[in-house]
Design a protein around this ligand. Sequence first.
Ligand SMILES: *Cc1c(COP(=O)(O)O)cnc(C)c1O
Length: 399
Amino acid sequence: MTNSNWITRGEAVFAGTYTRFPAAVVRGQGCRLWDADGKEYLDFLSGIAVCSLGHCHPAVTEAICAQANKLLHVSNLFYTEPQTELAELLTEHSFAERVFFCNSGAEANEAAIKLARIYSSSAGRHEVISLSGSFHGRTLATVAATGQPKFHKGFEPLPSGFIHADFGTPEAIERLINDKTCAVLCEPIQGESGVRPLPAEYLQAVRAICDRHGLLLIFDEVQTGIGRTGTLFAYEQCGVTPDIMTLAKALANGLPIGAMLTRAKIAAAFTPGTHASTFGGNPVAAAAGVATLKTMLAEGFFADMLKRSSYFMHRLQGFVETFPQLCADVRGRGMLLGLVLTEKGITHGPEIVRRMFERGILINFAGMQALRFIPPLTVSREEIDRVVEELTQVLAELS
Ligand SMILES: *Cc1c(COP(=O)(O)O)cnc(C)c1O
């Protein structure tokens, strides 16, 4: 079976919600993927910031196989070893004391929104303020929370109780607060809308606003969490502690999982029957999560990754100097990096991604603003060099 066979068969049966690369991926190892025609790719997408330890990391694969031989699923009517261990690891290494497991980022945000509402219900508050340009998922409530009209179109009426503040100034949030507001929801770095970091001072001001008005601060760390920015969680670098944090993407290095973390006092608003997930914290996904976290928490993992991140940022900065007509800026932290394009560069964004794909390099164009680089955190300098070389040639072709 070739790429073309799989594409034809897929197009005949899939709902058309995705524009896919014209490749059927059959195998992965580290930062590399291979398609059905035998072509090799250097993967700077990581399944959208999911496979942060690279494809088929041996520790994760071993944990999955061992758990699959013991027990696949029992539901949350029981206790299981991997789910307990994963919750212990997450609470031990974060501000949180309680964890609710689910299966995706959108579900984790749904859980956060539901918790914020039920926690605030006795005070008659339910409104959540999120930011313009944000992305929080594709369920109806998380679409409503997402501050990008293009994701709303055609799905109205959306659930009520979500309002959006302009990106960038704390006052824009404070102005929208009223006696119905219960929480502020934001991503420490807006990934989907073009790798837009929220400055530490801004997040500190938002924390102070939440404290002043008695609001919960929810950090959506679905993309920034689990090491992507150089610490286990991005909030650790902002000098701000949220009340609720959501995780998914990289948590199990490729198996579906989501988590909503919070302090015990807030979690107490969820009582038996208030919220649930049949598959949440599934033993196999949780075992993969435990292996993922243990690997990242090993001595030196982040220090080493941050050196390669600085090197990568430095190489990306070179594009701003060499191709000023196409490249405007470098943004992001750790291995969540964006090369922001100029107005002229933006018109070439999709074509740059296409030409890189032709050359066997996988990147994407986020938020119609920036080329986004989200390689496995284990990516080598040689692999970074290769991407820089190929991108240099593509940008030269388009100049
Ligand atoms: C990907 C993402 C989501 C949605 O996660 P799903 O697993 O696709 O539901 C939510 N928030 C952020 C910041 C994301 O990057």
